[in-house]
Design a protein around this ligand. Structure first.
Ligand code: THU
Length: 136
């Protein structure tokens, strides 16, 4: 497992990117805007926001929007180094279970930055998702 540390300026840039994406959220149903930014191991940043639908179950979380955009741009070999998640209500918001599994697919060694119960938090994906699923 790689060292968790990420330079402060990179972390700031990632958080700012997540905030930019958050402003573009389509969240008329929950009114809860979420933004995410992922940093690839090659140093590129991709952003995403939650995109809700009148058929609620079709909603796509911010994290998955960002990851799918990165795959569309770079192909499936891209690897996630870090993920930052923000919301517009300043409340705790860690990635949902589905997003953790998708982060794990492309970033088995990823660091995740999010708003925890006691303020900003960073955690390794395998701590958020122990024994993530992988097809052998
Ligand atoms: N949401 C995200 O985009 N990411 C998360 O990590 C948690 C939840 C979105 C989905 C939905 O649009 C809204 O937040 C309320 O659940």
């Amino acid at each position: 497992m790689r060292k968790k540390w990420l330079p402060a300026n990179v972390r700031k840039r990632l958080l700012r990117s997540a905030q930019t994406a958050m402003k573009r959220a389509h969240a008329p149903y929950s009114k809860f805007r979420v933004g995410a930014a992922i940093l690839t191991t090659s140093g590129k940043i991709f952003i995403g926001c939650n995109v809700e639908n009148a058929s609620y179950g079709l909603t796509n979380c911010a994290e998955r929007t960002a990851i799918f955009s990165a795959v569309a741009q770079l192909g499936p070999a891209m690897e996630i180094r870090a993920v930052a998640v923000t919301n517009d209500q300043g409340v705790p918001c860690s990635p949902c279970g589905a997003c953790r599994q998708v982060i794990y697919e492309f970033g088995p060694d990823a660091i995740v930055f999010f708003e925890g119960a006691r303020g900003p938090k960073e955690s390794h994906i395998t701590k958020l998702l122990p024994e993530g699923f992988r097809l052998q």
